[in-house]
Design a protein around this ligand. Structure first.
Ligand SMILES: Cc1cc2nc3c(=O)[nH]c(=O)nc-3n(C[C@H](O)[C@H](O)[C@H](O)COP(=O)(O)O)c2cc1C
Length: 166
């Protein structure tokens, strides 16, 4: 059993989650690297693919990566987002990821909040249509926190158990 944890992260939140997932994988060989460094994936039994939710969706670089994966690849998605856990913006992004991965074997998804850069919140606050979102995003400060990282580790193990049962 060999797992690859790969991620894209602008400000480090998704990278933290990736590291917690990597640490959480027990009794399996494992690698961790940014998406930009991934070559062939045939040696892996499962991929954990992480991204920050951007504009309610998957960042372009991550979308291209997902689209190029071999058919039937076992994949688990994880993401950080400024909006509330389980909220519309995060759900839409996972929906987009699942659509991109239509030919893959999706094992599960994990999301938690991720602190939003002050500069982003300030610029969003100035536009009436973005203000509600910017206000919601403020309470993501301090995330991912210890609890989020522990949940991510548990998610990692649940996914590994799932692959073993295939
Ligand atoms: C350009 C941009 C767009 C974003 N759009 C959303 C969004 O639509 N919904 C959301 O919940 N968070 C959004 N965020 C917040 C990020 O998803 C959040 O801060 C995330 O944790 C950043 O992860 P990173 O540090 O790995 O880059 C956005 C952030 C940026 C920079």
């Amino acid at each position: 059993m060999k797992a690859l944890v790969t991620y894209y992260s602008d400000t480090g939140n998704t990278k933290k989650l990736a590291e917690a997932i990597y640490e959480g994988i027990k009794e399996a060989k494992k690698d961790i690297m940014p998406i930009a460094e991934v070559g062939a994936v045939d040696e892996y039994d499962v991929l954990f693919c992480g991204f920050p939710v951007q504009a309610r969706s998957v960042p372009g670089k991550v979308a291209s990566f997902i689209k190029k994966l071999p058919e039937g690849t076992n994949i688990a998605f994880f993401a950080t987002h400024g909006s509330m856990r389980g909220g519309e913006l995060a759900v839409e992004a996972f929906y987009a990821a699942n659509q991109l991965a239509a030919s893959l074997n999706i094992l599960g998804t994990f999301g938690c909040r991720g602190q939003v850069k002050d500069s982003i919140i300030e610029s969003l606050m100035k536009k009436a249509e973005h203000k509600p979102w910017a206000q919601e995003a403020q309470s993501a400060a301090g995330h991912p926190d210890q609890g989020d990282l522990e949940d991510a580790g548990a998610f990692a193990n649940a996914m590994i158990t799932k692959v073993r049962s295939l």
